[in-house]
Design a protein around this ligand. Structure first.
Ligand SMILES: Nc1ncnc2c1ncn2[C@@H]1O[C@H](COP(=O)(O)OP(=O)(O)OP(=O)(O)O)[C@@H](O)[C@H]1O
Ligand SMILES: [Mg+2]
Length: 317
């Protein structure tokens, strides 16, 4: 399977005196045409990781490691080179569609500007392209929507606009950071279907971040489970859902089963839920792990291949 994005030993820290490690030694590949789902609780580093791919992190972020797009390193490149990638090759859709859109410009013009900037089209052709994108994301009467301001549209419509804008330059990778979290369930389903259809139509690769394991199961081919900036488990989505190996993944999954129908399933209770302090040495999850062992404190477990397309970072595996 051909790799389109390769992340190697990525570390991201904030601050200077006592740097806070938001992402620690993360390595993974994204294959062409595949969707990688990223899950993990709030603060686990999902958005920081996603933003680093497009160099969208603030100045105080210290990054080491490599991010390669089609075999070429893209972290640390200059603004001019970055602009060729950002939007054109890799695009991003955020949860917050209101602050991502300019409130004083019609949505059509905003897409037109993006197309003019990246695709060097003239105004007339760019407008046509913008209307085509509005049509593609299934907005009714695209020509009318073109002249609307963001506040005149619903949350679901605005998110469709964001997706249309992201795809208007035909990127190879779409990064979606909780794209449906702010929407109600029925609209959520429609947007997820739309992303899925566009993925097949444009043959793009997707990085899809969500808190919702059900959504990840529906959308992703591979899943990456993050905890405190590290990968706990990684691999084929069906394999991991069928047989979660890491105690943290098991806890995540047991929590959804409890809230669903299967009440008989044992709910794994995590320890020290209020202890948000990061573990400096050993397994990041050790303080909360129900299967804690002395050794967990000493060794930082490597991501090991348990079976084909199934990796886990726990000394017990
Ligand atoms: N600009 C910044 N300066 C300092 N720390 C930051 C900065 N941005 C993020 N962090 C920290 O990095 C950690 C990871 O944040 P991140 O936003 O990636 O979490 P997340 O997994 O996306 O969480 P959520 O599910 O809530 O969106 C957090 O502890 C956060 O406080
Ligand atoms: Mg986030």
């Amino acid at each position: 399977m051909s790799k389109i994005l390769e992340v190697k030993n990525l570390n991201i820290a904030f601050g200077f005196k006592k740097p806070f490690k938001a992402v620690e030694d993360v390595s993974f590949n994204l294959s062409k045409g595949k969707t990688l789902g990223i899950v993990g609780e709030s603060g686990s580093g999902k958005s920081v990781l996603a933003s680093s791919i497009l160099s969208l992190l603030p100045q105080n972020a210290k990054i080491t490691g490599d991010i390669e797009f089609m075999g070429k390193k893209i972290n640390g490149i200059n603004e001019k080179e970055l602009r060729k990638i950002r939007g054109n090759q890799i695009a991003m859709v955020f949860q917050d569609h209101m602050s991502s859109l300019n409130p004083v410009m019609t949505v059509g013009k905003q897409i037109r500007e993006v197309v003019m900037l990246h695709q060097k089209l003239n105004k007339i052709d760019a407008k046509q392209k913008a209307i085509k994108m509005l049509e593609l994301v299934n907005l009714p009467v695209p020509k009318k929507i073109y002249s609307k301001y963001p506040h005149e549209l619903s949350g679901g419509m605005r998110q469709r606009i964001m997706i249309g804008m992201a795809l208007s330059c035909e990127p190879q990778i779409l990064i979606c950071d909780e794209p449906t979290t702010a929407l109600d369930v029925t609209i959520q389903v429609q947007i997820l279907k739309l992303i899925e259809n566009l993925k097949l139509k444009f043959k793009i690769s997707i990085i899809f971040i969500s808190h919702d394991l059900g959504v990840i199961f529906e959308m992703a081919d591979e899943i990456m489970v993050m905890y405190a900036g590290k990968i706990m488990e990684f691999g084929n989505v069906e394999k991991i859902f069928k047989n979660p190996l890491h105690p943290y993944t098991q806890a995540l999954f047991s929590a959804i089963l409890i809230s669903g129908q299967d009440k008989k399933k044992d709910h794994i209770i995590l320890k020290n839920t209020l202890n948000l302090e990061r573990v400096e040495c050993g397994c990041k999850f050790s303080l909360r792990c129900p299967y804690y062992h002395e050794d967990c404190k000493n060794k930082s477990p490597e991501l090991k291949e348990y079976s084909k397309d199934h990796f886990c970072a726990c000394i017990k595996i």
